[in-house]
Design a protein around this ligand. Structure first.
Ligand SMILES: Cc1cc2nc3c(=O)[nH]c(=O)nc-3n(C[C@H](O)[C@H](O)[C@H](O)COP(=O)(O)O)c2cc1C
Length: 163
């Protein structure tokens, strides 16, 4: 049975997720970011995480070549950050503040959690590549309001986000 892509997207949209800003350093040495919601934990020992990277992403080759990435979990105050890094061609980190930990990938100050990873493996995933990361350094905030994504819209735990 063939699955209608719109129906598939709408069905997946019923799975509420957080939002993360995944980052790396380009082949030219520039800090990059990409908004994702395909982040997941994989293994506790060793500590492994994954995200799916679209083959069509304009920074696809940079993420593949880097051999490292960081995942920054966003809070509601980061909605504009999420929107910027979801726009076509807006992958450069620019003036956004950043820290640098073990791998040198951009770490977003104020993120709910950050995972600094080396790329452990890559797997074919249709029109995406599944990026498996080994966590080299991790930090989390004691509190904060997560930025959620549900039915193609940003939300807070308490309900829809205004504006
Ligand atoms: C809520 C949300 C979740 C997204 N999740 C992913 C994802 O998991 N993997 C991915 O490759 N792109 C994801 N994207 C799309 C990228 O953010 C977007 O296609 C990319 O930043 C566009 O820039 P580009 O065309 O210059 O690559 C997501 C976008 C949004 C708004």
């Amino acid at each position: 049975m063939s699955i209608d892509p719109r129906t598939f997207r709408d069905a997946m949209g019923r799975f509420a997720t957080g939002i993360a800003l995944v980052s790396t350093i380009s082949r030219a040495g520039e800090p990059l970011g990409l908004t994702i919601n395909s982040f997941s934990s994989v293994s506790l020992d060793p500590p492994l995480v994954l995200f799916s990277l679209a083959r069509t992403a304009s920074r696809f080759e940079d993420f593949i070549a880097a051999g490292r990435f960081a995942v920054n979990v966003l809070c509601t105050a980061h909605r504009a950050v999420s929107q910027k890094f979801a726009r076509h061609g807006e992958g450069l980190w620019g003036e956004l503040p950043r820290e640098s930990w073990t791998t040198g990938c951009p770490i977003l100050p104020g993120a709910l959690a950050s995972f600094d990873c080396t790329t452990e493996a890559r797997y074919e995933g249709g029109d995406h590549v599944i990026m498996l990361g080994r966590v080299q350094q991790v930090c989390f905030a004691a509190d904060g309001e997560p930025l959620l994504y549900f039915c193609s819209a940003y939300r807070a735990v308490s309900g829809p986000l205004s504006g």
